[in-house]
Design a protein around this ligand. Sequence first.
Ligand code: SF4
Length: 189
Amino acid sequence: MLLHSYKIARTLPCLADPMKIRVIAEVSEEIQEVFPYLNAVLKGCIYNHPANTLTIRKDQKLITLHALHITLAKIEDEKEAEDILKWLKNLINETFESRAGIEPNYSMAAELKALDMFKLLPGTNCKKCGEPSCLAFAVKLVGRDAEITKCDPLFSDPFQEKRKVLFELLKAAGYDIQNTYGQPPNGRI
Ligand code: SF4
């Protein structure tokens, strides 16, 4: 077992969402050895090997692992933080125990930029996605707070080429297009 225990050390206001909290938990052992293995088995991680950090997104929560602590952002309350930490401890230990059969991945996922996403959206600000503008939608898309399928006009024929590029960028950044967004309308990636 790599990680025996953890404890919540601090609870702070969340910088990304003022209605939620940020939690810092200390871990009983250094856990960085498992990062390249988690990076190999989980989709959409951001691994910074030189800085020894691994960021995971789970249900729109942001989880950043450091050698001796874990930060959780966009958390509802301490109960949710405890549930996530329990899940994380099992994940870390199971992955570490299976590491002989996992090819470690030291690469960093391509970083998505809202402006790049915006340039590939229809640009009509039609609000059909529920956002006030295409730029607002792009920002949410990058933060994984919106689903690409909500932009209905993108799935019309004139945007076929842009749509292909946009989906390639999402895939390169580790977004699971099929599972995260469901089957795109008519399968028209
Ligand atoms: S539905 Fe698409 S085109 Fe319309 S505002 Fe939203 S992102 Fe822009």
